[in-house]
Design a protein. Structure first.
Length: 114
């Protein structure tokens, strides 16, 4: 009986830690997709002197991240500025950070989630 109680206590400690670890690991999927899209936009800007018309998928509903935990969209896209947003979906929808954002200046929000 004591062994069962000890195992239950250990499980009650380990599960929340594991869940938090998975949440942070899946968050890197959204972060890397934001960085990848921003890099593509910057390369396009050097050629065209504009961020507009660089990635058609951003205007047509967004792009899924590599592992599918986020949808990346351009919440603001003009000739000289952009703001990208990664919205969590599926298993990541309950992430305490919510949407991750990145703009042309490299500003990232929320700060404590990067």
């Amino acid at each position: 009986m004591i062994v069962v109680v000890v195992v239950a206590i250990l499980a009650s400690i380990a599960y929340p830690l594991y869940s938090g670890y998975l949440e942070r690991a899946r968050r890197t999927d959204g972060q890397s997709m934001l960085m990848q899209v921003a890099g593509h936009l910057e390369r396009c800007y050097t050629v065209n002197s504009s961020y507009q018309n660089c990635i058609s998928a951003l205007a047509s509903g967004g792009m899924a991240s590599e592992d599918g935990h986020y949808t990346v969209t351009a919440t603001s896209l003009s000739a000289s500025t952009f703001t990208l947003s990664a919205a969590p979906k599926g298993a990541q929808a309950a992430d305490s950070c919510g949407n991750l954002t990145l703009n042309q200046r490299g500003e990232r929000t929320p700060d404590d989630c990067w």
